[in-house]
Design a protein around this ligand. Structure first.
Ligand SMILES: [Zn+2]
Length: 343
């Protein structure tokens, strides 16, 4: 199966009332872990690469690994998505390379740190939407600013400084034509999201529900949605790691989100924790080993387990065979006729 448009995956998820995990990758083993989990659970899947991942891997390597994945797992609808594009040029380079979906994060300026104005965000996002839709590619935008910093991208803070205003969300979607909308509801990137189990004072699920009421047909995206389970932290610390106690977004809150229009859930930290714990365990228990496969194999297996669990919890499991992929060329035509209809 060729790489698929994210718009189609999310439209199908909306019909079926489930969410789709979007997992970050930097290398072959992470892609393999996700594809094995998708096969085991029969899940459609979004694999995403940040700017940091593209730089780390030289993104052509990642792209060809993704093509290999689509050949080796032909039964799995698979999207290649750019996570947190910081400019028109970054998004364009991803589209030129063959990504089937891009995020234009215009909530921050091009430096990836300074919050942008609403007008700046609309202007750059609209420009990306025009280019992307001309190519049949999906666009995710962001309104409101997430907390934390990851791969040098982020405004820092707790995530509560710039919670999305539902009225602005409506205006933003009308003015940009994005396919999916990332919202800020108190989550942050990275492992240290919350210093205790989050409640309504820090995780603004009421804002999410309000946005969904105003925009019932827009696919909402939750960023910074690793659950940071204690078991994964414990493995790392048991084998010599030094993680401070931390809390992520509980799975039941994500499931509440899915019942209220969330269709894409970004998960990275949980997989990083699983990989690191598995590698530490091998290093501590068998320090005589030096073949990278001796620790990369269990690392890949540990990540696969986490991904398969999330796929089941988000509800995407069992849906891989529900639909035939719409070719990107056909998506292009659809966007063109929508644009005509809108005039
Ligand atoms: Zn994010």
């Amino acid at each position: 199966m060729p790489l698929v448009s994210m718009r189609q995956l999310l439209d199908e998820a909306a019909k079926g009332g489930y969410g789709v995990g979007a997992f970050n990758v930097n290398n072959m083993e992470q892609i393999q872990a996700i594809m094995e989990a998708a096969r085991e659970t029969r899940s459609p899947v979004i694999i995403q690469a940040s700017r940091g991942a593209r730089a780390y891997s030289q993104d052509k390597f990642l792209y060809h690994l993704m093509l290999a994945a689509s050949e080796l797992y032909p039964e799995i609808p698979l999207v290649m998505h750019l996570d947190h594009g910081n400019s028109f040029e970054t998004c364009k380079s991803a589209i030129d390379l063959g990504f089937t979906s891009v995020m234009m994060d215009g909530s921050l300026q091009e430096d990836g740190k300074t919050p942008a104005t609403f007008a700046e965000n609309v202007a750059v996002t609209r420009k990306v939407v025009q280019l992307a839709h001309d190519c049949g590619v999906t666009v995710e935008g962001e309104i409101g600013v997430l907390g934390g910093i990851e791969d040098g991208h982020g405004a820092g803070g707790t995530g509560l400084e710039h919670v999305t205003d539902p009225n602005q969300a409506v205006e933003f979607v009308e003015q940009t034509g994005v396919d999916a909308l990332a919202i800020a509801i108190g989550t942050s990137h990275g492992a240290y999201k919350f210093s205790k189990k989050p409640d309504g004072s820090v995780l603004k699920m009421d804002v999410l529900v309000a946005i969904h009421k105003r925009l019932p047909n827009v696919h909402l995206v939750m960023h910074g949605s690793s659950s940071v389970p204690k078991e994964l932290q414990d493995v790392i610390n048991q084998y010599g790691g030094k993680l401070k106690p931390t809390w992520g977004v509980p799975v039941e809150e994500i499931q509440l989100g899915i019942r209220n229009g969330v269709r894409k859930i970004n998960v990275d930290t949980d997989n990083r924790l699983a990989i690191t714990g598995a590698i530490r365990k091998v290093f501590v228990e068998t320090p005589e080993k030096f073949d990278p496969r001796d620790y990369m194999k269990p690392a890949r297996e540990a990540m696969k387990k986490v991904v398969a669990q999330r796929m089941t919890q988000f509800g995407q499991a069992g849906h891989a065979g529900d639909y035939a992929p719409i070719p990107i060329a056909e998506m292009k035509k659809r966007y063109a006729s929508e644009a005509v209809a809108a005039k």
